[in-house]
Design a protein around this ligand. Structure first.
Ligand SMILES: [Zn+2]
Length: 139
């Protein structure tokens, strides 16, 4: 069995599940505007990726590296935001000052990165250091 291909397939499946892009009936591709807006968002480093509280029940191993960027508010309807819990502090974001965010994660059991979106507390987000890495663009 070719484990490299299996890994890629699993990763693809996860991404399909994590991002539920509600593209309209014309199935239009995200255009330049989409790319430009996402790339302009602040990207921040999460120092202790392994302590993140993530709604993942897949065995991906330990989170090795993670960054988080604010998700553009105008695109919030396109995002699948799972649950109300802030992944940075594990406390509910319901009725708090929160913002939609896109997390980009690397795990030790798979190759490549996984993207997912979640609500985070504005305070938790702003406490993190700005990342040197550019904000990732969900295709
Ligand atoms: Zn929080």
């Amino acid at each position: 069995m070719d484990s490299g291909r299996i890994t890629a397939w699993v990763c693809h499946e996860i991404i399909e599940n994590m991002f539920e892009w509600k593209l309209d009936a014309s199935n239009e591709q995200p255009g330049d505007e989409w790319n430009r807006v996402w790339a302009s968002m602040q990207n921040r480093d999460i120092p202790n990726a392994s302590s993140l509280s993530l709604p993942l029940d897949l065995n991906l191993g330990k989170a090795l590296h993670a960054t988080i960027s604010e998700a553009p508010l105008q695109y919030v309807d396109y995002l699948y935001l799972s649950g109300e819990e802030c992944p940075l502090c594990s406390v509910s974001t319901t009725h708090t000052d929160r913002l939609p965010a896109s997390l980009n994660l690397e795990f030790d059991q798979i190759k490549g990165k996984i993207g997912m979106c979640a609500w985070v507390h504005r305070d938790c987000f702003e406490k993190l250091e700005l990342s040197e890495e550019p904000a990732p663009i969900p295709w």
